[in-house]
Design a protein around this ligand. Sequence first.
Ligand SMILES: Cc1cc2nc3c(=O)[nH]c(=O)nc-3n(C[C@H](O)[C@H](O)[C@H](O)COP(=O)(O)O)c2cc1C
Length: 196
Amino acid sequence: MITQSTPRIGIILGSTREGRFGETPAKWIRDLASKRTDLNFEAIDLRDYPLPFFEEQMSPLFAPPQNAVAQRWAAKLATLDGFIVVTPEYNHSMSAVLKNALDYAYAQFNRKPIGFVGYGGVGAARSIEHLRMVAVELQMAPVRFAVHVGMVEFLGIWQQGKSFDDFPHLEQSATAMLDDISWWARALKSARGAQS
Ligand SMILES: Cc1cc2nc3c(=O)[nH]c(=O)nc-3n(C[C@H](O)[C@H](O)[C@H](O)COP(=O)(O)O)c2cc1C
């Protein structure tokens, strides 16, 4: 049952470009997630946070950003207990717009879980591994399970009229990832509450 104490998870879409494929997996994971009663979800589109390339005088680790969009971004992140990032792979890593958004906050990410839905030639595996390393520096808990929408599924859905329903193993991966996020979000929310 969803109550006021149910952890809130932001589903961040990590591509902002015109014609992005990312909207399709983002909608799929949102629809799957919305069937759950153990977590609350909110879609977060980086297009709604048009951050400049990082230009603050200090890292957000040491001082809150001056930029108004960055302050709005941090305020949104602060309301969330965990994250699912829907990520493309650009040159074997995350998109620049996603890395920039991660660089623009710090404390608001700390001690919260993060899971991934990646798409691309190898299911964005390289991008997700890089994201896990960045997440650790932001003091997050990257979860083990992830969804990798690989070449066959990616091209099938993008260009051959197929849908996620044609690839049931993806839903299995999503369920494992969401279960993992649920456990960590609950444990860390409780531990953060005990600390404050
Ligand atoms: C700059 C750039 C670099 C890319 N590099 C990779 C890559 O390393 N691996 C991969 O699987 N796909 C790569 N691609 C193809 C993307 O998987 C594909 O364009 C995908 O649609 C990008 O996600 P988006 O449409 O949501 O932005 C690249 C695309 C761009 C624009």
